[in-house]
Every structure is written in structure tokens, then in C-alpha cells.
Ligand binder design. Structure first.
Ligand SMILES: [Fe+2]
Ligand SMILES: [Fe+2]
Length: 332
């Protein structure tokens, strides 16, 4: 079984071809940070952003500064260790590379947006110094550490604890904290601002969606192999964890929107988070808890733009392969 302890190295016969297919399609989605053009963002920040929007973006980049590194750490310390199939570990290796790419993307973003060195250093230490970001960080660390003592998944209880960690990273961190961050980015794009950030975010968004899908496939597989792991207690724990994540993100939201942004209220943000939380629960076969609607039409557009982006992307990838130095501009 997938969570049986060990270091399975047998790719043939392959037990989980789906994970191998996910690995292969992730390879086809390769992009590079050099393709993102931040030129118009710098002018937007200087000339167009209001004081309140500038505060929003400052907080957002400070969150981005460490978010993907946290996910990478959990991947290495927990997921890679316990998901025992070589084809699944191939996918996780690819995900680890994508997380590094995201870290590189946000590093470049911070270097561009914050030319002042002191501000830059402050952004990278936000996880210690800015309470709303520290709070989210503590939530993540608590869940990373929750299975520190598990060297192998021997008992039913061990496996349930591991699954909670997996669900947390897919549904609460990649699936909620990051999606809230994307919502701020796409809100700004809907006002014609920061297109460089939005174009890079399109690719990060797609990667994160794939990471979630992989985690959900692992969960489906484990569930098929060991259905008794998903008992009422497990469901209750997931709902509680999801609710904590929503409240955690709302603390950040209050800070980010603190100066008041026209067209983006705390109430809308809460509805959006609850709507996303219900969606994540639905994938896990858990009935909706919040019954909230998506208040953000610009997030519904995202799927359509993903498709457009995909076709443009093929052209860009081909061009990069030929010349090695084509810069890629998007214009939605
Ligand atoms: Fe990421
Ligand atoms: Fe991710």
C-alpha cells in the first residue's frame, strides 16, 4: 500500500501510473522566471498605486517571500518520506523544483519592487516581525512539526496524522493561503495594475493547482486502499483545521486591507475564503460548511485565462528553446 513504510524502488510493474502521468504533464508545463517582464509594474508602483494599495502589495510580497519555502520544507521532511512509490516520488521531485522556481520568482519580484535594501530585508524577516504573517507561519510550522516524531507510518493513527498534514498543505496552505494571495493579485490586475506580477502568477497558479491535484490523488488512492482511515474523527479534524486556516487568513486580510481599498472589502474576502474552503472540503467528500458564494468575478475568469495562457505558453517555450533570450509579454 502507498503509505506502507519503506523505500520502494520498483518502477516496473508500475503500481500507480497516474502519478507518473502527472509527473510527465508537469514537465510539459515548464516556464522560467526570465520570461516574466516586470517593467510596467515598477512604473505602476511609482505612479499609479494608492497608499492603501501600496500597503497591500508590501504585505503580499512579504508573505510571498517565505510561503513557498515553507511548502518545500514540508515536502522534503514529510511527504517525500512517507509516500512510498517511486513514481509518486518522481512527481514530488518535480514539485520541489517548481517550488524552487516560485521562490526564485518571488525573490526577483522583491528585488524589483523593493529597491531599498532595508525594506527588502524587512520583507524577508516578516515571518518573524509582522504579526499577521507570523501568525500564518506559526499555523504552517505547527502542522509541519505535528508529525516530526513519525519516522514511519506503522499504525492507523500514524497514517491519520500523516493524512492531516497532507490535507493541511493541499487544502489550507497551497489551496487557501496561496489562493487568497492570488485573489489580491488578480484584483489588482482587474484594475489594470501590476501585469508583470499577474503574468507570473498565472503560471504559479497553474502549478499550485497541479500540486493540489496530486495531493488529492494521493488521498484518493490511500482512501481506496484503507477506507477506514477516513472516519468521523478525521472529518471533524479536517473541518476544524480548515476553519482555523480561514480565520488565520482573515487576520492577514484585516492587515492587508487595513487602509481601506475601494472594491475589496474584508467581508468579500471572508466569503471568498469560505467559498474556497467549501470547494476543498467537497473534493474530500465532506459536505459544505459555509455555503458562501464566490464574490470575485475576476477569480472565475481565471480558468478561461489559464487556457489562453496555455496556448501562448507553448509558443513562448518554443521560442525560448530556439533563441534562448526571448522575453515574454502577456496582455490580458
Ligand atoms: Fe509554490
Ligand atoms: Fe505548491
Amino acid at each position: 500500500m502507498l503509505l506502507d513504510p519503506g523505500m520502494d524502488l520498483t518502477l516496473r510493474p508500475m503500481r500507480y501510473p497516474l502519478f507518473y502521468e502527472m509527473y510527465r504533464s508537469a514537465i510539459k508545463n515548464t516556464w522560467t522566471v526570465d520570461e516574466v517582464d516586470f517593467t510596467s509594474d515598477v512604473a505602476d508602483i511609482r505612479d499609479k498605486l494608492s497608499e492603501a494599495e501600496r500597503h497591500l502589495i508590501k504585505r503580499l510580497v512579504a508573505f510571498f517571500a517565505t510561503g513557498d519555502s515553507i511548502v518545500s520544507n514540508n515536502l522534503v521532511l514529510n511527504l517525500y518520506k512517507h509516500i512510498n512509490a517511486p513514481e509518486a516520488r518522481m512527481y514530488l521531485s518535480r514539485q520541489l523544483y517548481e517550488e524552487a522556481l516560485h521562490v526564485q520568482f518571488y525573490l526577483t519580484l522583491l528585488d524589483t519592487y523593493l529597491p531599498n535594501e532595508e525594506e527588502r530585508v524587512a520583507a524577508f524577516t516578516a515571518i518573524e516581525n509582522i504579526p499577521s504573517i507570523k501568525y500564518k507561519g506559526e499555523f504552517c510550522f505547527r502542522w509541519i512539526e505535528s508529525i516530526n516524531d513519525l519516522s514511519s507510518l506503522q499504525t492507523r493513527q500514524d497514517r491519520q496524522r500523516f493524512l492531516l498534514n497532507l490535507v493541511c498543505f493541499a487544502c489550507c496552505i497551497e489551496g487557501l493561503f496561496f489562493f487568497a494571495a492570488f485573489a489580491y493579485v488578480y484584483f489588482l490586475r482587474s484594475k489594470g495594475l501590476l501585469h508583470g506580477l499577474a503574468s507570473g502568477t498565472n503560471w504559479v497558479f497553474r502549478d499550485e493547482s497541479c500540486h493540489m491535484n496530486f495531493a488529492f490523488s494521493v488521498i484518493d488512492q490511500v482512501r481506496a486502499e484503507e477506507p477506514d482511515l477516513f472516519d468521523d474523527e478525521m472529518r471533524k479534524n479536517i473541518i476544524k483545521m480548515m476553519d482555523e486556516a480561514v480565520e488565520c487568513e482573515m487576520v492577514f486580510s484585516k492587515d492587508v486591507l487595513g487602509l481601506g481599498i475601494a472594491g475589496l472589502s474584508e467581508r468579500d474576502m471572508r466569503s471568498y475564503l469560505e467559498y474556497v474552503a467549501d470547494q476543498r472540503l467537497a473534493v474530500l467528500g465532506i459536505a459544505p460548511v459555509y455555503h458562501s458564494k464566490n464574490p470575485f468575478p475576476f477569480m472565475e475568469l481565471q480558468d478561461v485565462q489559464e487556457l489562453t495562457n496555455f496556448f501562448e505558453r507553448r509558443v513562448a517555450a518554443y521560442q525560448v528553446g530556439v533563441t534562448g533570450e526571448v522575453s515574454f509579454n502577456e496582455d490580458f
